[in-house]
Every structure is written in C-alpha cells, then in structure tokens.
Design a protein around this ligand. Structure first.
Ligand code: PEP
Ligand code: MG
Length: 330
C-alpha cells in the first residue's frame, strides 16, 4: 500500500480521456510547504497568509519576517508556483487582542459582513503595502502568484491594483529585486461571480473560494452549527455560480481553480471536471484520493449532462443517477 501511494505521488493527474489536471496544495504556514511538495502537489494554490498574523498577542509580523516566511515556502516548493493570498482576517479568523483590530471591531455585529480580508487591508494601506512588498520580494526566489481575497466592488479592484503598483515602485526605489507576479482574485462573494467580465479584465487568474461563496450565496454562517444543515454545496445556485465562473474564465483564456473544500471532496471531482475545471487546490492530505478519482474519470462522459444536473431540483440525486456507484455525501 505504501509503495502504491508512493507511485501515485509521481503519477501525473490525467483523466481517462487524456485531460491533464493540476493538483495544488492549500497551506497555512511555510512549515506546511515541504509536506505539500512531498504529497506531489504541482504547486501551492492557496497560502493562507493570515496564519502568520494570528495568535501573536497583538504584535504583527514585519516586512522582513513575512518575506522570510514567503521565501521559505517558495524555496520548499523547488521551482513550483506558490500562490500567496494577502491576509484574510476578520470573521472566523480574528486577530486576537490586536489593538487596531479591537478598535474597529468593537461594534461589529456581523463580522462576516464587516471589515474582513481585502477590506481590512485597504483600510490599513501601509500594512497592506508592507505585505505586498514582502510577497513581491519572495518572487526573486521562485515563481510567486499574488491572490486577493473577498473582492466584490470595482473600487476595491482599482485600489488594490494601485497599491500593488506602489509596492513595486517602492521596491524599485529601494533597489530590491522581484520578478513578474501574476495577480489573481478570489471569487467568493456572489457579486464577484456575477461580474466575471470585470474580474477577467483586471486579473490574470481567478480562484473560486467555495467555502465563502456558499456562505454568502445561501446566507448561512459557515461557522454556525445551528444552520449547518443548510450549508449545502449541492445547492443548484452554488453549482450554477461555480459552473458559470469556470466557463467564463476559460472562454477568456484565463486560469481558474477552485481552492475551497469542494476541490478536495472526491464526490465533486467528476462534476467539476465536466464543468471544465482543470486546476484544484486542496489540503495536501487530499491530493492522493482526488488524483485517484481523476485517473478514473472521463470528462467527456459527464460533460453533456452538466446542464441537466444544474437545472435539476435536486442536483445531487440527479448526479448520482448519472454517475453510477458514486461515493455520495448526504
Ligand atoms: C474559501 O472561502 O473557499 C477559501 C478557500 O478561503 P477561506 O476558507 O480561507 O475563507
Ligand atoms: Mg474565503
């Protein structure tokens, strides 16, 4: 069994009909990168940088400390691309006892709808540029992509890209090296999924965050157990947003991946492949089972049924009818 798994690590993820699929890893700290590499990941699809900022008793990592952390992840991936997401704090990922945050969060009633992720970064522009400089500097040590969480409004896109340009200029002025870095947007707010042409005009790639997309589309707090029975990734509204996002990105010739839990759930693998997805990012421990599912999948076979499944009242039931013997979740 161990030998079989070791062999699987080096087997490319290719479907029965010859479609190559990219399996990437989600990591939280640079220490996770060697494990992602060992698991056979083709790169890091999501480095949740907020974990560098959490549980620090009020202090924040400075530019050099961040740079060293990003560089460590880049070097551990040995030339494979590392997608670093700028901080996504707020909501379920709060900065404990951080003075700035306390001030701003004192009267927050709905943290998931409040000053979170890019909203927080744009409200602290010098801190945001510090993180951008640290990420850009790491690109001198291997391929880096920059990913922005929770964007929803054209003004946020404009301000974000302005800050990226300013951070680059600051590095040039300081004589610090950095390479070309693709900039991508998380699609995790329904407004973003509904405005793909705007995002595709301004970004090099998109990454679908299904965890938040489900939360915000269905109005279900992803951390509230009282309503967890309604947190349904099979809801036809979710499948439609995911499918449309993939289709539009592909049509525009831009990269698209899924980095939410859906990407690491093998029950969804054939459906996501049939929707046209060729890049999945997940916890390193899920890569082997998703790869096995891909090796047994035929993207052509389900492709013609995607519309049928999406327009069904109960997509999960319809999907199981079409994909015989599917491991199902209830
Ligand atoms: C998501 O929302 O799906 C996602 C990948 O981001 P996070 O889980 O860190 O919010
Ligand atoms: Mg998210």
């Amino acid at each position: 069994e161990r030998e079989r798994l070791a062999r699987l690590r080096h087997t490319p993820a290719v479907t029965l009909d010859g479609e190559r699929v990219e399996l990437l890893a989600n990591i939280e700290l640079p220490q996770d990168a060697p494990g992602a590499f060992a698991a056979g990941a083709a790169g890091v699809g999501l480095f949740r940088s907020e974990f560098l900022f959490m549980n620090r008793n009020g202090s924040l990592p400075g530019e050099d400390e961040q740079f060293e952390a990003y560089r460590a992840a880049v070097e551990a991936m040995q030339g494979l691309p590392v997608t670093i997401r700028t901080v996504d704090i707020g909501a379920d990922k709060s900065l404990e006892r951080m003075s700035i945050n306390e001030l701003r969060h004192e009267h927050t009633l709905n943290p998931a709808l409040g000053l979170r992720a890019i909203r927080w970064s744009l409200s602290e522009p010098s801190m945001f540029r510090m993180q951008l400089r640290a990420i850009l500097r790491a690109s001198a040590y291997g391929p880096v992509k920059l990913l922005i969480p929770m964007l929803a409004h054209r003004g946020e896109i404009r301000q974000t890209l302005e800050q990226v340009a300013r951070a680059k200029q600051q590095l040039r002025d300081a004589g610090l090296p950095f390479a070309e870095v693709e900039v991508g947007a998380m699609i995790e707010v329904p407004a973003a999924a509904l405005l793909m042409p705007l995002f595709l005009r301004h970004f090099d790639f998109v990454s679908i965050g299904t965890n938040d997309l489900i939360q915000y589309t269905l109005a279900i707090d992803r951390a509230d157990e009282n309503v967890s029975y309604l947190y349904d990734p099979w809801h036809p509204a979710i499948l439609k947003l995911v499918s449309d996002t993939i289709a539009q990105a592909r049509l525009a010739g831009k990269g698209v991946s899924v980095c939410g839990e859906m990407a690491g759930d093998s029950a969804f693998t054939p459906l996501l492949l049939a929707m046209g997805l060729r890049s999945f990012s997940m916890h390193p421990s899920q890569i082997a089972s998703i790869k096995q599912r891909i090796l047994r999948s035929d993207t052509q076979k389900l492709r013609l049924h995607v519309h049928d499944i999406l327009s069904s009242e109960d997509p999960h039931a319809r999907y199981r009818e079409l994909v015989d013997g599917e491991p199902s979740r209830t």
